[in-house]
Design a binder for this molecule. Structure first.
Ligand code: ZN
Length: 178
C-alpha cells in the first residue's frame, strides 16, 4: 500500500488499542515503524529514478530499472527482510520475549513493533506478483499472495473513502460520546 495510507491505518490501529490509545509517543514511533519497511527498501531506488529522470533523460517511473541496477536490486533484497512476518517475529523474540523471560521480567510489550506487523499484514493482500508481492514467510517459504494492487484505482477509491469515513465521521462521533 502507499506510504500515506500505511501511516493513517497504523495511527487508527493505535487509537483502538486501550494500552496505546492515549500514548502519543508509542503512536508516533509505531507509525514510524509502520512506514519504515517501505522507506528502507524504496528510498534509494526512488532517488535514483529521480536522478535518472533529470540527468539520464529516463522517464520517471518508467518501470523497474532492471535487475542489474544496484538500487533496484537493493530494494528487492531488503524487501524480503522488511516485509517478512518471520523476521518480525524473530526481532520481537530477540528484543522482548527473551529478555522478558530471563532477565527483564515484566518488561512491557513493545507496542511500536505492531506498526511494522500491520504494514506486512496489509501488504500481503495489497500487492500482486506484478509488483513486489509480499514474501511474508521469508526465509522459511517463498509463498506470496497475489490479490489486488494498492495502486488499482478501485482499491484507491475504497481505501481512501474508508479512511475519510473513519477519520471524519466515526472517530469524531466516538470522541463525542466519550
Ligand atoms: Zn510495504
Amino acid at each position: 500500500m502507499d506510504i500515506l495510507a500505511h501511516g493513517l491505518w497504523t495511527n487508527l490501529m493505535y487509537k483502538t488499542i486501550p494500552q496505546t490509545r492515549d500514548n502519543r509517543k508509542i503512536t508516533y514511533w509505531g507509525i514510524a515503524f509502520g512506514v519504515l519497511p517501505d522507506l528502507v527498501s524504496f528510498t534509494p531506488v526512488f532517488f535514483y529514478a529521480f536522478y535518472a529522470s533529470i540527468f539520464l533523460q529516463q522517464p520517471f517511473f518508467a518501470g523497474p530499472p532492471g535487475n542489474d541496477n544496484p538500487f533496484f536490486e537493493y530494494a528487492v533484497q531488503t524487501y524480503n527482510y522488511s516485509h517478512s512476518i518471520v523476521i518480525w517475529a524473530a526481532v520481537l523474540i530477540l528484543v522482548w520475549l527473551i529478555p522478558h523471560l530471563f532477565w527483564k521480567k515484566g518488561a512491557g510489550f513493545p507496542w511500536i513493533l505492531l506498526g511494522w506487523a500491520l504494514h506486512i499484514f496489509i501488504d500481503i493482500f495489497t500487492h500482486t506478483e506484478a509488483f513486489f508481492a509480499t514474501p511474508f514467510l521469508f526465509p522459511l517459504s517463498g509463498l506470496k499472495v497475489s490479490v489486488i494492487s494498492w495502486a488499482h484505482p478501485v482499491f484507491m477509491v475504497i481505501n481512501y473513502s474508508l479512511l475519510l469515513i473513519l477519520y471524519f465521521i466515526v472517530i469524531p462521533k466516538f470522541r463525542a460520546t466519550k
